[in-house]
Design a protein around this ligand. Structure first.
Ligand code: SAH
Length: 228
């Protein structure tokens, strides 16, 4: 079964958005992955289909109601659906390549996009949602975060990237940041190419790239060293 993404949102028109173009878009049209969106407001309360209310205890902003969100989840996701249920949230576990790889190996993901101040805590517990963050900053809603998460997944689906996927060399795939790339022209504004890359000696080139990757990782992201 191809990777299936189900997204619950107040703004389904934001999907597939950027994932509808380029290789992800082609993959979607070819059926290499699929996307269904579910309007949370369809489960809103009353004539105005209200989805949010004032925070209990007072304070600024609005909170997505747990009953509304739970009804939307129950309608979109059958009880025997084994896909992880993710809630985009700045409080969540930080998204990384390891998580992405794990999800791509499975059947797909269900993603709940928050808005306003966030969602009523009880639905996180009651529907077993796993909070995922895309970084230490605040977005206005979970949709952009969901698109980002899905982009990282979709490019790993077999067939989506074709031979453009350089795979193993990519940053994070081997616990290191990637070495620097170069292409034509051979000289530009007085800058040449690193000697090793012109040598034609594959072992030397591999060694040079490894050294560069290690140096850059030590300098920029020492926290990654020894992680894989
Ligand atoms: N009051 C919240 C922020 C709400 S932002 C707090 O301080 O934690 C509104 C919604 O945007 C959130 O419910 C979440 O779904 C999404 N969002 C914002 N920043 C995010 C991030 N860094 N990662 C993932 N989702 C995020």
């Amino acid at each position: 079964m191809p990777f299936r993404a189900s997204v619950l949102t107040l703004y389904p028109e934001m999907f597939p958005g950027p994932l509808g173009v380029s290789l992800a878009g082609e993959g979607l049209r070819k059926g290499l992955w699929s996307l269904d969106t579910h309007q949370i407001r369809d489960h809103g309360i009353g004539r105005h289909r209200n989805v949010d209310d004032n925070p209990a205890g007072g304070g600024a902003g609005m909170v997505l109601r747990c009953d509304v969100l739970a009804a939307a989840i129950d309608a979109a996701v059958p009880a025997d659906d084994m896909r992880p249920r993710l809630l985009m949230s700045p409080r969540g576990r930080r998204l990384d390549q390891g998580l992405v790889r794990e999800w791509v190996a499975g059947e797909g993901v269900v993603i709940v996009c928050g808005r306003f101040e966030g969602v009523d805590e009880r639905v996180i517990e009651g529907r077993d949602l796993t909070e995922i963050s895309v970084g230490d900053y605040i977005l206005s809603g979970g949709e952009m975060a969901a698109l980002l998460l899905l982009d990282a997944c979709v490019r790993l689906i077999p067939g989506v990237m074709g031979k453009e996927l350089s795979g193993q060399d990519e940053s994070f795939e081997n616990g290191l940041l990637e070495y620097p790339h170069y292409t034509r022209p051979r000289e530009w504004e007085g800058r040449g190419l690193p000697e090793a890359l012109l040598s034609g000696d594959h072992a030397r080139i591999a060694r040079w790239r490894r050294e560069q990757a290690e140096t850059i990782t030590r300098k920029r992201r020492p926290d990654l060293i020894g992680k894989v």
